[in-house]
Design a protein around this ligand. Structure first.
Ligand SMILES: Nc1nc2c(ncn2[C@@H]2O[C@H](COP(=O)(O)OP(=O)(O)O)[C@@H](O)[C@H]2O)c(=O)[nH]1
Ligand SMILES: [Mg+2]
Length: 229
C-alpha cells in the first residue's frame, strides 16, 4: 500500500498522451452560449452530440463546465443553491454541445423535489437522441444521497448512458476521497446504464479536468481538418 490511496486508483482505460491532447484541443476551441431553456419549446436544436451535467444544487456543475472550458464565467456559478432552473446549452467548437441541467436536492422532500425537477428535465432526457452521456456530479464530501439515487433510476429508465463525477476533491484528504470513490464505484456497478469509471475532479485545483476532457472528446465529432470546405 502506498501512503496515498489516490495514486493507486485505476486510469480511465489507460488514457494516452494523445487522448489528453485530443481533450485539450477540443476544450481549447471556441465555446459559445446557445440557449437557456425553461420549456420543451425553447430547447437548443439537436444539432450535435451532447453531454449533460446533472447533480444537486451547489454540487459544482457550473464550476466544472467553467473548469473544462477554461473560462471563469461561461456558466454562472452561485453560492445560492437552486438558482439555475433552466437548461443551459453551450456549443463547443461545433463538435459537442454541453448542457448544464437544473440542480435538484435543495427541497426537504427529495421525492417531490425530483418530481418538480424532472418535469422538464425528464422529458429532455428521454427524448433527446443527440444526448450521448449524462455526467452525474456528486460532492465527494456528501457521497451519493437519496436524491442522487432517484436520478440514477430516472437515467436508467430513460436509457441514457451516465457516469459519476465526484466533485470538490480538494476539500477532502486523499484517504477520505478514496473511501467515497470506492462506495461510488460499487454503487455505479449496480446500474446497467452507468459508465464503469468514476471521475474524480476539483474545479479549484484542476484535478481530473484533463482526464475528463479526454473522456468527453471521445464523444465529440471529429475536428474538421483544414482542407474541409
Ligand atoms: N473547493 C471547491 N469548491 C467548489 C468546487 N466546485 C464548485 N465549488 C464551489 O461550490 C459552490 C457551488 O458551485 P456551482 O458551480 O455554482 O454549483 P452548481 O449549483 O452545481 O452549478 C460555489 O461556491 C463554488 O465556488 C471545487 O471543485 N472545489
Ligand atoms: Mg449552476
Amino acid at each position: 500500500m502506498s501512503d496515498s490511496p489516490i495514486d493507486e486508483l485505476p486510469d480511465i482505460d489507460a488514457l494516452t498522451d494523445a487522448d489528453i491532447e485530443a481533450g485539450r484541443l477540443l476544450f481549447a476551441g471556441e465555446c459559445s452560449f446557445l440557449a437557456a431553456s425553461n420549456s420543451m419549446s425553447n430547447l437548443a436544436p439537436m444539432a450535435r452530440d451532447e453531454v449533460a451535467f446533472a447533480g444537486r444544487s451547489n454540487v459544482g456543475k457550473s464550476s466544472l463546465v467553467n473548469a473544462l472550458t477554461g473560462r471563469k464565467t461561461l456558466a454562472r456559478t452561485s453560492q445560492t443553491p437552486g438558482r439555475t432552473r433552466q437548461l443551459i446549452f453551450f456549443n463547443l467548437a461545433d463538435r459537442l454541445d454541453l448542457v448544464d441541467l437544473p440542480g435538484y436536492g435543495y427541497a426537504s422532500a427529495p421525492k417531490a423535489d425530483i418530481e418538480a425537477w424532472s418535469k422538464l428535465t425528464r422529458k429532455f432526457l428521454s427524448g433527446r437522441q443527440t444526448l450521448q452521456r449524462v455526467m452525474l456530479l456528486v460532492d465527494c464530501r456528501r457521497g451519493i444521497g437519496k436524491a442522487d439515487r432517484l436520478i440514477m433510476d430516472l437515467l436508467d429508465d430513460a436509457a441514457v448512458s451516465w457516469a459519476l463525477v465526484l466533485t470538490k476533491t480538494d476539500k477532502l484528504k486523499p484517504t477520505e476521497v478514496a473511501k467515497t470513490y470506492s462506495q461510488a464505484q460499487a454503487e455505479a456497478a449496480k446500474h446497467v446504464a452507468a459508465f464503469p469509471h468514476v471521475f474524480l475532479t476539483s474545479s479549484k485545483d484542476g484535478r481530473g479536468i484533463a482526464e475528463l476532457r479526454a473522456h468527453l472528446s471521445r464523444l465529440a465529432a471529429p475536428a474538421k481538418s483544414f482542407g474541409d470546405a
